[in-house]
Ligand binder design. Structure first.
Ligand SMILES: [Cu+2]
Length: 316
């Protein structure tokens, strides 16, 4: 079957073929089952209508084989579909370790994007072809949803937390970006485009006209300006956890829980410092809620990432 006969949008990532195969298979199975039932209903309705001369003698009182068949067949089909879909779903969260992070802050009604070197763009995202890209996203107002039909990715972008999604684009070109969560008056206009480029072109584009410092450098500046370094550096007089190489590390908390430090954990620790207090420390850190913008939070996280550790660990 020629996939480009427009039943489905163009497909331009490594994962989109898998999702399409699942969707098409499921559609065919469900249509087949629905059609079989519809045909039987019509046939029986006509044959056994009131007053018809159909043979009603010797009606069977049980048909074990038929009953087992119509119970087991759908069961096997649907469980197989579930396993297939569950596998694909887990792949959404198995981010390749070399994935390139891009940071997304949504607001009514635009997408603000920032690359690790500090280059920013609005409603456009430039990425290299054949390279895993991981989006770390949040919203500064209401819920939005980052939707690229040709990539088969759609992820809610939620105020107060980070969500992530990743993809590997398989061809160069331009692809539509939409907001897929009704977010107010100009929701329908909250779109943009993803521009997939050859790696060399992308590198040149990334460097071109960028006067911003890299996110990690800006994050270090903020780390000092907000006074983080006053407590979190080794020579500080206040005893606070060391942040070097924190991303991806196992963290043991004072209430006995432990977790893996990801972007969401660092964000929560800055805004809600009493939520996850590290074992052996007192809950003395003040909250920075309402004082730091989403962009600055991301920069501080990028600074912490730059100090080492397991960079690649996926959040969520
Ligand atoms: Cu929106």
């Amino acid at each position: 079957m020629n996939p480009s006969f427009h039943l489905l949008p163009h497909s331009a990532t490594t994962a989109s073929g898998r999702y399409d195969a699942l969707f098409i298979t499921q559609t065919i199975v469900l249509l087949t089952v629905a059609l079989a039932i519809a045909i039987l209903i019509v046939v029986f309705s006509v044959r056994y209508r009131a007053g018809s001369k159909a043979d009603r003698s010797n009606a069977p009182t049980s048909a074990r084989a038929v009953e087992i068949a119509w119970t087991v067949t759908p069961l096997v089909l649907f469980i197989a579909t579930f396993i297939w879909a569950a596998y694909d779903f887990t792949q959404l969260y198995r981010v390749p370790p070399d994935a390139m992070p891009v940071f997304v802050v949504a607001k009514q009604w635009m997408w603000k994007l920032e690359h690790a070197n500090g280059k920013r763009e609005i409603d456009e995202l430039h990425v290299p072809v054949n390279r895993p890209v991981r989006l770390v996203m949040t919203s500064q107002d209401v819920i939005h949803s980052f939707y690229v039909p040709a990539f088969r990715i759609k992820q809610d972008v939620v105020p107060g937390r980070y969500t992530t999604i990743w993809f590997i684009a398989t061809e160069t070109g331009e692809f539509h970006l939409h907001c897929a969560e009704y977010c107010g008056t100009d929701h329908a206009a909250m779109g943009g485009r993803i521009i997939v480029m050859q790696p060399g072109e992308y590198t040149a584009w990334l460097a071109r006209g960028n006067t911003q410092p890299g996110m990690a450098a800006r994050g270090f500046e903020l780390y000092r300006r907000y006074g983080c370094s006053g407590c979190h550096e080794a020579q500080a007089s206040v005893h606070a956890p060391d942040l070097h190489g924190l991303l991806g590390r196992d963290v043991h908390l004072s209430d006995g829980r432990s977790l893996i430090a990801d972007e969401a954990y660092i964000r929560d620790s800055i805004l809600l410092p009493r939520k996850d207090v590290v074992a052996g420390y007192k809950p003395i850190m003040p909250s920075f809620a309402g004082q730091i913008s989403e962009e600055d939070l991301l920069a501080i996280i990028e600074y912490i990432r730059s100090t080492g550790g397991d960079h690649a660990r996926a959040s969520q």
